[in-house]
Design a protein around this ligand. Structure first.
Ligand code: HEM
Length: 375
């Protein structure tokens, strides 16, 4: 296994434990990158001022640099350092923190709909909720969710030309749709009131909110369903005491992270974990492994609803730490409760969507086709 294959492996946690036997950073010769697996090292990399979110020589991936999707990518706070990160963040972070649990619960109940197409629903519902909070009218939410999913494909190096073309269309159409949104909700007003270097940057970062929501939330919801299907005792506990749903998704985020890893690129020669890093070096930061480090979380391989001082690395650490963490946890817990009200959670076979960092279950509801049987 490689640290990239681990993201979608059925059980990567023994492998991660093996990596953690090495203190500091380990160089993976095959992949040509440094690997951080212990909690302390993961944190040291993510807070380090000389480790940036993009390589200096390639602020936008070459495959999309000249395309519409690349123009959005270039302006995302997630993909920038310095002022292009700080200014959007100063507006977005407090605005997301201002969304109440009641608003989220209300939106989930209102938009929940029919969950029989679970795989599609897991992606669509969270994006629809955020789009609704940002002022999109009900009849546009389906399109916004679809365009967002198309746009997100540009973030993965696994995407092919057809997916990149769809990502361009998603980017252009979402930009246009954000320019036309006329209902100024409290969330949109709070974001707009920040200091923006023009409407283009603002709209790119609004698309960013939808794209950050899309796959990570689908992964959190899907991994929660996978745990519930394996653990009828937990399912019963949450059905009896719905208030436990929040602790449930928090522990799932720690135990089986939807975003298994992220990357950092060395912008200035520096030393981390006793290792000298050169400009241009890449570090693979194993968030999912840090969650299972006994130094951060005692008894790390046990799934515990009541875990005192749970440390979750799945939302990142430091200046790029996910500003949507609380919102995402509330959203996922409400989605799970809404689902439990509508249909039973049954053990269903699943694999994972192909990815180098996302861990998103793909449930197989239909009877296996001949193709599946023959592998
Ligand atoms: C409502 C849903 C969500 C929203 C609106 C959201 C938004 C964001 C934004 C805007 C950033 C960029 C922050 C920055 O660069 O300063 C971010 C980063 C991040 N988010 Fe979220 N997010 C959501 C859900 C999630 C979920 C469910 C996860 C996984 C459990 C997640 C994991 C992360 C991680 C790991 C980062 C940091 C990446 C890095 O530092 O390399 N997010 N999120």
């Amino acid at each position: 296994m490689t640290p990239l294959q681990a993201a979608t492996h059925a059980d990567p946690y023994g492998y991660y434990a093996g990596l953690r036997r090495n203190a500091g950073l380990l160089f993976d010769v095959g992949l040509g990158l440094w690997v951080a697996s212990r909690a302390q090292t993961v944190e040291a990399v993510l807070v380090h001022p000389d480790c940036g979110v993009r390589p200096l020589h390639e602020p936008v991936p070459a495959a999309i640099a000249q395309r519409a999707a690349g123009q959005v990518f270039a302006q995302l706070m997630r993909m920038n350092e310095g002022v292009a990160h700080r200014c959007p963040r100063a507006a977005v972070q407090p605005a997301l923190a201002g969304v109440s649990a009641r608003q989220v619960a209300g939106a989930v109940q209102h938009l929940c709909g029919d969950a029989t197409q679970l795989d599609d629903w897991m992606f669509r519902l969270p994006v629809s909720v955020i789009a609704h909070l940002l002022g999109f009218p009900g009849d546009q939410l389906g399109v916004v969710a679809e365009l967002t999913r198309n746009f997100v494909a540009c973030l993965s190096p696994l995407s092919d030309e057809a997916q990149l073309r769809n990502a361009d269309l998603g980017a252009s159409q979402l930009r246009q749709m954000f320019s036309d949104v006329f209902e100024e909700t409290a969330l949109l007003a709070a974001i707009r009131s920040g200091e923006w270097l023009g409407a283009d940057v603002l709209n790119a970062n609004l698309i960013g909110l939808l794209s950050q929501t899309c796959e990570a939330s689908a992964g959190l919801i899907g991994n929660t369903l996978a745990v519930l299907a394996r653990r009828p005792d937990l399912l019963e506990q949450v059905q009896r005491t719905p208030a436990l749903a929040m602790a449930l998704v928090e522990e799932v985020a720690r135990y089986d992270a939807p975003v298994q890893n992220t990357r950092r690129f060395v912008a200035r020669r520096c030393t981390i974990g006793g290792q000298v890093l050169e400009v241009g070096d890449t570090i693979l930061v194993l968030l999912a492994s840090a969650n299972r480090d006994g130094d951060a979380n005692p008894d790390p391989d046990s799934f515990l609803l009541e875990r005192p001082q749970r440390r979750i690395f799945s939302f990142g650490v430091g200046r790029h730490h996910c500003p949507g963490q609380q919102l995402a946890l509330t959203l996922a817990s409400q989605v799970i409760l809404a689902l439990l009200q509508r249909q039973p959670v049954l053990p269903v076979p699943f694999s994972y969507w192909p990815s180098l960092n996302g861990r998103i279950p793909r449930f197989h509801h239909a009877a296996p086709s001949l193709h599946d049987v023959n592998g």
